[in-house]
Design a protein around this ligand. Structure first.
Ligand code: SF4
Length: 204
């Protein structure tokens, strides 16, 4: 029997990106293939859920939107076993991924967050299309070329820079400065700011 390793399930509002404010049930899977220094997710502690137990839990919530997150959910090989019943039950399914794995076609909305600190991992692009791309801003000489590389190799409708938070401090100045630089000499700004607004709204 398939069992998923789940860190947490909760209902909240999407705090970042294009769908900011969207009510959703977040399903956070354990495990990640990266180890970012500023990661704020404890993806090593989990509870095991069968598909039926997960569906029962999801149905306890009001929202018909699901956000599959982690950790890194593309590492979950059995994910389609959950996606099929979610789709059959009429849920809209979004995923948040670091972009190093392939995204299942049953997913309705793809948010990719390539990690600059692991830029060499993106020499080969696993998922060349997305609805949105969000990159955490880092003040480094190679950061803008990395964003330009990602913009060229991952076709998305929306591109965002997000400030990096360490111990409650956001690198806001660096982020907006980098935003200005990456949009320089464009008629329409392609990259926009995305803040983890849930951290200010005091929600999960
Ligand atoms: S990819 Fe995401 S979950 Fe994994 S270590 Fe980096 S920030 Fe944490």
């Amino acid at each position: 029997m398939i069992e998923f390793r789940i860190v947490e399930i909760f209902e909240s509002l999407q705090g970042e990106g294009y769908n900011t404010g969207m009510p959703a049930v977040f399903i956070r899977f354990a495990g990640c293939n990266l180890n970012c220094a500023w990661c704020d997710t404890n993806f090593r502690q989990f509870t095991r859920f069968t598909v039926d137990a997960l569906m029962t839990k999801v149905r306890e919530y009001k929202s018909k939107n699901i956000i599959i997150t982690g950790g890194e959910p593309t590492m979950v090989k059995a994910l389609p076993e959950l996606l099929v019943p979610l789709k059959n039950a009429g849920y809209f399914i979004a995923i948040e991924s670091n972009g190093l794995g392939n995204i299942d076609p049953l997913i309705d909305y793809i948010a990719l967050s390539p990690k600059f600190c692991y830029r060499s991992h993106y020499r080969k692009i696993a998922q060349p299309t997305a609805n949105e791309v969000r990159i955490v801003a880092e003040n480094h000489i190679d950061f803008i070329p990395f964003c330009q590389y990602i913009e060229t190799h991952i076709q998305a409708k929306h591109y965002y820079l997000s400030p990096c938070e360490k111990d409650g401090v956001f690198n806001m100045f660096d982020t907006i400065k980098l935003l200005g630089q990456i949009n320089e000499n464009r008629i329409n700004n392609k990259w926009l700011l995305s803040v983890q607004s849930h951290k200010f709204a005091d929600i999960e």
